[in-house]
Design a protein around this ligand. Structure first.
Ligand code: PRP
Length: 209
């Protein structure tokens, strides 16, 4: 049995449909209930719905053999896992944004609000820019509007949240997409089955655009 951590929510449903198309269906997962674990012993898979930002923790610690996590989480927390496949979904970018017309005064420390402290710190360290990080947990866009920060480092997907709050992207830090990851020890132990899953998802599950 392969234990698979899927990110709960709309992205997770899309990701599940890729596993389904690859031959690892589990019809009970589509029942409208609050269960978190679903299994199909015929194709040897057990799925868990996990908070998206927790998938890498389940996989790193071996509670799941494989899982699907955003590249943003992998870059931010650097979990000790194998990254096996770009799922070509959950696409967005990590960007710096600010109020329209913002001009960076490099004589001053730049106040940066973000959920992604490590990504932001590395990005500005590479530029030798002195910053003050303000760690927030959500609604990051509020920070520059209320004068809590000069800029934000956050996920931009459609750009709607920025636009509707009179902010604009200034610089892209990195492109993001969902990745199939594996626990290192389990990958060695269950290599044949995990590689079979990866190949079938590559062949039948991923839609290239
Ligand atoms: C993310 C991100 C932005 C928004 C960007 O928030 O933090 O707020 O999506 O998407 P858009 O460019 O399509 O508007 P999320 O919904 O994950 O909630 P959060 O506030 O908890 O980060």
């Amino acid at each position: 049995m392969i234990n698979i951590a899927l990110p709960k929510g709309r992205l997770g449903e899309k990701v599940y449909s890729m596993f389904e198309a690859a031959g690892y269906e589990c019809p009970s997962i589509k029942e409208n209930n609050r269960k978190l674990i679903f299994e199909n012993s015929d194709c040897g898979v057990r799925y868990f719905w996990v908070k998206p930002s927790d998938v890498a923790i389940y996989v790193e610690r071996g509670a799941a053999d494989i899982g699907v996590a955003g590249k943003d989480i992998l870059l931010e927390y650097s979990p000790d896992v194998f990254e096996l496949l770009d799922m070509n979904t959950g696409k967005c970018r990590m960007a710096v944004a600010a109020k329209k017309g913002f001009h960076d005064n490099t004589d001053k420390t730049l106040r940066v609000a973000t959920k992604f402290v490590n990504i932001a710190t590395r990005f500005y360290a590479d530029k030798c820019r002195d910053i003050d990080i303000i760690k927030l947990n959500g609604s990051i866009e509020l920070a520059p509007i209320l004068g809590l920060s000069d800029v934000i480092v956050d996920i931009v997907e459609t750009g709607t949240t920025l636009r509707e709050n009179d902010l604009e992207p200034i610089e892209t830090i990195v492109q993001i997409s969902s990745r199939l990851i594996a626990n290192k020890a389990r990958f060695r132990f269950k290599a044949d089955k995990i590689e079979e899953i990866v190949n079938n998802i590559k062949r039948y599950g991923i839609k290239n655009d």
